[in-house]
Write a protein that binds this ligand. Structure first.
Ligand code: AMP
Length: 403
């Protein structure tokens, strides 16, 4: 029986890929960065290890976008032995893409237009087939981001992949002066393959928008769960931290520093597994150290609030903050009197762990929240820490359903 996970898994295996393209110009405008990233990242291909049960409904109420383009040739008939794919309900489309497109965004010109002419079918490193909006049935809205809406979609062609389609308005990206950052985010994410990192399967653009074909995170935002529950049990926190440590270790092995780890940037897959879903502040840093101040103050380490050089060890610190926030419901250095007070508490490592926190969790938090980056517990040791090992479910190194 097909499930959302199995369909998305097939998508991962297929790579929606490999149309050699010589006629169109590549968007790999910055060979030094993108080439390096892909050289470093391209070997990794992790299967999705999360078997799931998804609700399957035969009543699909989604609406297809009107198509002006010639339709693709129909797929060849399936062999009689192949079981028919049940329809996965992608929900009702609200017409938001057309509404937005009428009222929002303008054409961009010049260098910005070139930077944002993002199309994975002409990527030098991982070319995909050519995609258009008309290739998808659009379903329910999943959310609104800063630059556009996100929808649950299904590819019209067999075998009907389920995805999240994220729209970004080019003119708004340009207004916020983040075109290079967005491009970098896309180039980095396209090359990452890890079960706890949201996959980017492909991307395309039209005059006004960029569309990202993202792995569908069936259980939505982790932040909403945290808000709903106030805090997580130590078991649940420990399992998330195990997955985070694994994903961060992978990123660092590819010379990517995330730099903006916080609950708002984490999504949950269909089995409740954690997915790092935002690369806006990632830096591909093969050896060099950066001093740009970025991210929210609560998760920043002392070296960043003090404007000193920093390394991948900033993510170790953020992991400590995340552990604390999962268990206690608020970040450790939060100070309601303002940024200055938070800044001072971070710089002093003014850490106060409530008595309800177990000794093992306390030990891990303390070992990650070290002023000296070199003294922070390395990620593979985080994964071997007694508090993490204690709750890891048998047979799974990362995934686990949440209690
Ligand atoms: P963003 O623009 O990434 O902030 O996305 C806006 C909202 O859309 C998020 O807060 C999520 O609720 C939802 N969303 C984004 N990406 C996905 C995804 N891959 N799967 C499911 N929901 C998503």
């Amino acid at each position: 029986m097909a499930s959302i996970a199995s369909v998305t898994r097939q998508l991962g295996a297929l790579e929606i890929s490999s149309k050699p393209n010589t006629s169109r110009p590549t968007h790999e405008k910055k060979p030094s960065q993108s080439k390096n990233v892909s050289q470093l990242l391209s070997k990794f291909a992790a299967p999705n290890p999360f078997p799931v049960k998804a609700t399957i409904s035969k009543s699909s109420s989604q609406t297809s976008l009107a198509t002006k383009q010639p339709s693709r040739p129909p797929s060849p008939p399936k062999p009689a032995t192949k079981p028919a794919q049940p329809t996965i309900d992608i929900g009702r489309y609200d017409g938001g893409l057309e509404l937005d497109n009428e009222s929002r965004g303008e054409k961009v010109h010049g260098e910005a237009a070139e930077t944002l002419a993002l199309d994975s079918s002409v990527s030098q490193t991982r070319p995909t087939r050519e995609w258009h909006l008309t290739d998808f049935d659009i379903g329910r809205p999943l959310g609104k981001g800063k630059f556009g809406r996100v929808y649950m979609v299904r590819t019209k062609g067999e075998p009907h992949y389920i995805l999240a389609l994220k729209t970004l308005y080019k003119s708004e990206i340009v207004q916020s002066r983040v075109e290079k950052q967005i491009r970098r985010e896309i180039e980095i994410q396209q090359n990452l393959r890890h079960p706890n990192i949201l996959r980017l399967y492909g991307y395309f653009h039209d005059e006004k928008r960029i569309f990202l074909m993202l792995e569908f995170a069936g259980k939505g935002e982790l932040y909403k769960q945290l808000t709903k529950h106030g805090c997580f049990t130590e078991k649940r926190s420990s399992r998330y931290i195990d997955q985070m440590a694994d994903a961060l270790n992978y990123l660092h092995s590819k010379h990517v520093i995330h730099r903006d780890i916080k609950p708002e940037n984490l999504l949950l897959g269909i089995s409740g597994e954690l997915k790092i879903g935002d690369f806006g502040w990632s830096v591909h840093a093969p050896g060099n150290r950066r001093t740009t101040l970025c991210g929210t103050l609560d998760y920043l380490p002392p070296e960043m609030v003090e404007g000193r050089d920093h390394s991948e060890k900033v993510d170790y610190w953020a992991l400590g903050v995340l552990t604390y926030e999962f268990i206690c419901g608020a970040p450790p250095f939060e100070d309601m009197t303002g940024y200055n007070a938070t800044y001072k508490r971070i710089a002093k490592v003014d850490l106060r762990i409530p008595p309800k926190v177990s000794p093992e969790a306390r030990d891990l938090i303390t070992k990650l929240l070290q002023y000296d980056p070199e003294k922070r517990l390395p990620l593979d040791e985080v994964r071997r820490h007694p508090w993490v090992v204690k709750y890891r479910s048998k047979g799974h190194s990362t995934s686990m359903p949440m209690s």
